[in-house]
Design a protein around this ligand. Structure first.
Ligand code: PLP
Length: 388
């Protein structure tokens, strides 16, 4: 095994899924819906397979899909993108981010990430020989300290990664917060890589603002999103990167030698999905609002301190109010919850690097992208709390 990857270990999701399976726990760990995507989108994929759309797609993505991605950006964010030069189809947002890091950073460059941090970015940076620079999100609403962020920028800073709505906290970065980030990017000539896979899953009327639409940022922002979360097809791994032609070309330089091209029939279905009428997106929001509200209620009733999210698939809690005394940290909490209560969640410390792991010690993340029956099954298990 190379030194590059030897320190990575297995992802927490694999560990929790295995333990949850072993104990038959209600799994609110991984952010994958346990229900299917819209029937017309599934039908479009079947039709594409049966229409001989089964050979390599163009490396940059099928024209109809790039057009649908650009039209979606125009429809929701008034963003103007040329589908021929400003859009690249990738194997999920995950590949888009890795290809972006490989295509836009040089060894030794620093890249700023907010902590807790979605678990692929830092391994991506390490594999690219770039250096992560951490800025913590703190307090009830997971704010960053503007001075601390400003201090993280220096001569070596090449890019900042902004994930909004944010995994694992559910934070939606406000326009004011994004303005602070934009000003620092402009001042220090730094690129922004945004991960917006939860762009359509926002709560309580929160507004998802796209960093690329702030003054001066279109020229230096690569926006990444994907089909999986919005259309409940996380297994399809269809994503995209959008931005100025020069940035997209840099990403494609890497992408062409990582995956080259992305599953053709699923791409075809992506065009159907992205072009769905507004009613689909409104429905999605109200369904997720109901799931989030129920999950918050269940977790509060169970005795946890809940941080209601503004967006994303997730709810973060502080578990101290409802765990027995022998539970001392988030890893022990997750294990105890699976083994004694029968519910799986994701502990928060794996979202922090070694020096900051203590910041995640009292937190755990629950996924809300589940059927009503699954949430109710979790509520039943939680009823055991206090009785074990
Ligand atoms: C913040 C974030 N980015 C990216 C992904 C993965 O996206 P994809 O399946 O499109 O690669 C996830 C999935 O959990 C996520 O939470």
């Amino acid at each position: 095994m190379s030194q590059r990857v030897a320190r990575f270990g297995t992802t927490i999701f694999a560990d929790i899924n295995a333990l949850a399976g072993e104990h038959g726990a209600v799994n609110l760990g991984q952010g994958a819906p346990d229900f299917d995507g819209p029937p017309e989108v599934l039908a479009a994929a079947v039709e594409a397979v049966q229409s001989a759309l089964n050979q390599y797609a163009p490396g940059i993505g099928m024209a109809s899909v790039r057009q649908a991605i650009a039209a979606h950006a125009q429809r929701f964010y008034s963003q103007r993108l040329n589908p021929d030069s400003d859009v690249l189809v990738t194997s999920g947002a995950t590949e888009a981010m890795f290809a972006a890091i490989l295509g836009l950073t040089d060894p030794g460059d620093e890249v700023i990430v907010f902590e807790p941090v979605y678990d692929t970015y830092v391994p991506n940076l390490i594999m690219a020989c770039a250096a992560p620079r951490y800025v913590p999100l703190r307090g009830e609403d997971w704010r960053f300290d503007a001075d601390e962020l400003a201090r993280a920028f220096n001569r070596r800073t090449k890019a900042i990664v902004v994930n909004t709505p944010h995994n694992p906290t559910g934070k939606v970065f406000s326009r004011d917060e994004l303005r602070i980030i934009a000003e620092l990017c402009l001042k220090h000539n730094v690129l922004a890589l945004t991960d917006e896979v939860y762009e359509h899953i926002v709560y309580d009327g929160a507004n998802h603002v796209r960093l690329a639409t702030l003054a001066g940022m279109a020229e230096r922002t690569l926006t990444i999103s994907s089909l999986g979360k919005t259309f409940s097809v996380t297994g399809w791994k269809i994503g995209w990167a959008m931005g100025p032609a020069a940035m997209v070309q840099a990403v494609n330089q890497a992408h062409q030698f990582i995956t080259y091209a992305v599953a053709a029939p699923l791409q075809a279905a992506a065009a159907t999905a992205l072009n769905l009428p507004l009613g689909f997106y409104e429905n999605l929001q109200s369904n997720y609002q109901a799931r989030r509200d129920r999950m918050v209620e269940i977790l509060r009733r169970a005795g946890f301190k809940v941080f209601p999210p503004q967006g994303s698939y997730f709810v973060m809690i502080d578990w101290r109010g409802a765990a027995p005394r022998h539970v001392q940290d988030d890893m022990q909490f997750a294990r105890w919850l699976i083994e004694d209560i029968g519910v799986a969640c994701i502990p928060a410390s794996p979202f922090y690097h070694e020096a900051d792991k203590h910041l995640g010690r009292y937190f755990a993340r629950f996924a809300v992208c589940k059927k009503d029956e699954t949430l109710e099954a979790a509520a039943e298990q939680f009823a055991k709390l206090g009785k074990t």
